[in-house]
Design a binder for this molecule. Sequence first.
Ligand SMILES: [Fe+2]
Ligand SMILES: [Fe+2]
Length: 338
Amino acid sequence: MRGEATGTAGGETGTAEVQALFEWTIERDQRIEPRDWMPGKYRSTMIRQIAQHAHSEIIGMQPEGEWITRAPSLRRKAILLAKVQDEAGHGLYLYSAAETLGADRTDLTGKLVSGRQKYSSIFNYPTLSFADVGVIGWLVDGAAICNQVPLCRSSYGPYARAMIRICKEESFHQRQGYELLMALMDGTPAQREMVQDAVDRWWWPSLMMFGPPDADSTHTAQSMAWKIKRHTNDELRQRFVDMTVPQAAALGVTLPDPDLRWNAERGHHDFGAIDWSELKRVISGDGPCNAERIAVRRAAHEDGAWVREAAAAHASKQARRERGAMDDAVEKPGREAV
Ligand SMILES: [Fe+2]
Ligand SMILES: [Fe+2]
């Protein structure tokens, strides 16, 4: 099923005809669908991007998930539970989208837990107080929205459609985070300090979520040409900064960057230099929580082995039963004819 359902007719390079159809589809801003022919490189780039995104959603459940049992009220617990559950759903849509390209889910999970595929570096930072839950919603989900809204127009159909629903939910996440921070800023001096401390810790890693600067980004040009990506890393980062500065002012927190100021000439905010060595270090596995995140994910996968075995046994039993029913149906008219 996999070979024929994933548009490999024409091979990796394809005939001139299928190549032209692919280019024409992209040019007209239409979607590439699972059965369409696509260049091997397009397929592998999409699988890598969607898998990395799916892994980020699933690993991203951990930093906030740690606070579900410690939420300060039933209301906050219910909100956080719903948010973390949404992230699991995002992971599921995305793994399903990767499967339409012929990727195997077990293989993708194997690549995640063995470190061969990445997830967003932001989830390798610890959540030290409940204010981190609010700041993650505000800044991390906010940055995710900036990154992901343009992906609703990604040239790969199943990914673009998954992103529409995901973005709606991310927008709820951002609002719940901001609402939580407003409540804390309305509280005691200690609560306000807790918010400022969380903002100080999450601001720079949030800016790093957009990836390396355009000059160092290896995949940008081809991904833009294929309309997998609609804006460069630096454009999206700038959009996020411009969007966030007035929100910080309304909240009454200071963003930890002495160089942050409005540039009337550019019509954008200027901001200070990002420590790219930190991003490289965290991506290559040396962030504060990398080992812990992967260990938790691996343990969850191993603990779930019996569920997968039971589900597979049930599915094959069902299939046998259905086959038996079909055989009976085929046999019956024969017997009647005799
Ligand atoms: Fe998400
Ligand atoms: Fe989210």
